[in-house]
Design a protein around this ligand. Sequence first.
Ligand code: AMP
Ligand code: GLY
Length: 426
Amino acid sequence: MKVLVIGSGGREHALVWKLSKSESVTKLFWAPGNGGAQNYADCVEISGENIPAIKEFCSSSKIDFVVVGPEAPLNLGIFDELNKAGIKVFGPSKSAAQLECSKVFTKLFCQKHRIPTAHCWIFEESDKALDFLKSKEANYPLVLKADGLAAGKGVIISEDEKQAAEAVKIIMVQKEFGGAGDRIVIEEFLRGEEASVMALCDGEKSLLLPTARDYKRALDGDKGLNTGGMGAMSPSPLFSDDKKSNPMLDEIKAKIIDRTVSAMAESGFHFRGILYAGLMITEKGPKLLEFNVRFGDPETQVVLPRIEDDLLELLLSASEGNLAKKEIRQKEEKCVAVVAASKGYPSQYQKGFEISGLEQAEKTGAIIFHAGTKKKDNKIVTNGGRVLNIAALGKTYLEARNKCYEALKLINFEGMIFRSDIAQFN
Ligand code: AMP
Ligand code: GLY
């Protein structure tokens, strides 16, 4: 089978790596890919958002199956366009992708189908939102969210009315996130511990993936700015025994994942793909913060190395509405990944520095997933904020993390930064 993976980050490198182990994959392409492709896939210089060009490539290269990494092409309807042309796609349709692409859609959906989530108010006009902020109902802190996709930046937590009014202006008046801010969701602030759970869905059924925890803040001790993720580990210590029945996971699957998949099917939007639930585990149980309709990054980089099953088979059967397996088989081992980033990330950073030591690092048994890299004059150079994910399996978290940090010592590029406390328990 000829397979095309869409996207250019560490998540997509992990997908390409795992798919390359499948016997049924005869040829792998990756659009646009990154500098880590060399041993697995042929890179194709097309952005996943250029759907006509992707469609043309699929037809001319006789691609059998397309696996979509990021949410943007899904929001643009890549599934629907390729499907019309008879090309199989892993990822939800544009209508089903609303679960990530419209917070208003998801909040109304949760209310209708009794899916536990924060209480909320929705506004289409900034004046009405500002009036609400002054009302008795407004108990601070409140969380203000732009309706649409905002590259992870459209959520603002406000301690008082002044901050909240500023957030309304940023989102709805200044339109910092463009059309994503045409509507606003104002949410009750939930307290508890955050967790995320990913499930493979076939439109009617779901299977939970191994659990994972990511590290969102830039600096050790969970300090500094929010980032796309500076590291991850699987399983999540919150569900440490995720192979056996875990009551919290069972509740999340029943009340959030399965209820969503069934209600989407009843509404005519079969959800096929990865449903990623960002959750707050509150005193009253797990509540949904947000859905993503794709694999998490960097969670995927620690989840896929722990999956025993053939990934192509899993993804294909989900996309065909035909998940036959009862569970996804998981390795006992833990997996840890540490992100090597460019100095300055997540703010300003420079690119184009040569990366050394990659081969030596791989010889230690670590798995190097490239993120922001590219090949230039036969060298691998930095090409983004998050540059590499250094992943390793181990019998314990400690063994896995030690392997990551040993491998990391062999890698270098100008301005390399990383957190030193990934998977460290004190
Ligand atoms: P979201 O993109 O909706 O997941 O929001 C991004 C982050 O904002 C989450 O990971 C939480 O840390 C925080 N957040 C979102 N909604 C809430 C809420 N209702 N209560 C508390 N924190 C929240
Ligand atoms: N790691 C969070 C995300 O993929 O959205």
